[in-house]
Ligand binder design. Structure first.
Ligand SMILES: Nc1ncnc2c1ncn2[C@@H]1O[C@H](COP(=O)(O)OP(=O)(O)OP(=O)(O)O)[C@@H](O)[C@H]1O
Length: 243
């Protein structure tokens, strides 16, 4: 189970794309031992924030750190943080095992990690099938397995529940819970409120590039429930939430 887990800290992050201010002074943290949900309407900046944290985008100002270091300054990034963003490339002609082998070598992880992560995500039986024939849920599991190769203390997942069926969703919830209970730091972005409400311990609600609420789920949701709180905080419409 996870190595030493670090706190994720984001402070006063700004980032623009032309005229679009994607991040406007975003601050939040995600501590070890908890699943933290980064929530926000479409376009509120969740993916951009995670990309800045993972060194895939450069913020104009502010800090995004894992255990007090920028991603680029981590001595061994793959053991510190595992990530799954939507864009993970998996070649359809490769088998799941081959995909993991290539990433394992790139990460410098020991050989045994390939079979360990396959087992951890429940993909052992499908390991020697081509990825092109995988279902959405199996691809999600493969993404997660790739993120776990370095046995990282911190997991950063962008919309991990997207496209999962009820059994896959229940599995993912248990998986994230187990990581956090073992002391790991888990940060997941989502706009699926019903799902996230059952998964996370803490929430950070984003609106137009800023955090407008942060704290334990029960505190942020209050008596009115997470969806009503989210609508109040972000001014999103019901239709946007459903979408
Ligand atoms: N590479 C880019 N070029 C131009 N604009 C971008 C780029 N990446 C993000 N944006 C813009 O920045 C804003 C924030 O986008 P981002 O993808 O971070 O939001 P999000 O909260 O992850 O949205 P979603 O829930 O739809 O995935 C949006 O207005 C988006 O159009």
């Amino acid at each position: 189970m996870p190595r030493t887990a670090h706190t994720v800290t984001v402070r006063s992050l700004t980032k623009s794309f032309g005229d679009v201010q994607a991040l406007r002074g975003l601050s939040f943290s995600a501590p070890p031992g908890a699943v933290t949900g980064l929530l926000g309407p479409n376009g509120s900046g969740k993916t951009t924030a995670l990309r800045c944290l993972l060194g895939l985008a450069r913020p104009a100002s502010g800090r995004a750190e894992i255990g007090g270091r920028r991603y680029a300054a981590l001595p061994d990034p793959s053991t510190a943080v595992g990530a799954s963003l939507d864009a993970t490339a998996a070649h359809p002609a490769w088998t799941g095992r081959r995909h993991l082998e290539i990433y394992r070598r790139a990460a410098g992880a020991p050989r045994r990690r390939t079979s360990e992560v396959l087992e951890e995500v429940g993909l052992t039986a499908a390991a020697d099938r081509r990825i092109g024939g995988y279902s959405t849920g199996m691809r999600r599991r493969l993404d997660l397995a790739t993120a776990l190769l370095g046995d990282p203390g911190v997991l950063v997942l962008d919309e991990p529940g997207n496209g999962l069926d009820p059994a896959g969703t229940a599995w993912l919830r248990g998986f994230l819970r187990a990581r956090a209970d073992a002391g790991g730091t888990v940060l997941v972005s989502s706009h699926l409120l019903a799902e996230i409400g059952q998964t996370v311990d803490r929430v950070v609600v984003m609106d137009r590039g800023r955090a407008c609420a942060e704290g334990p789920l029960a505190e942020v949701a209050g008596d009115r429930g997470l969806e009503a709180a989210f609508l109040d905080l972000t001014g999103a419409t019901g239709a946007e939430v459903l979408r």
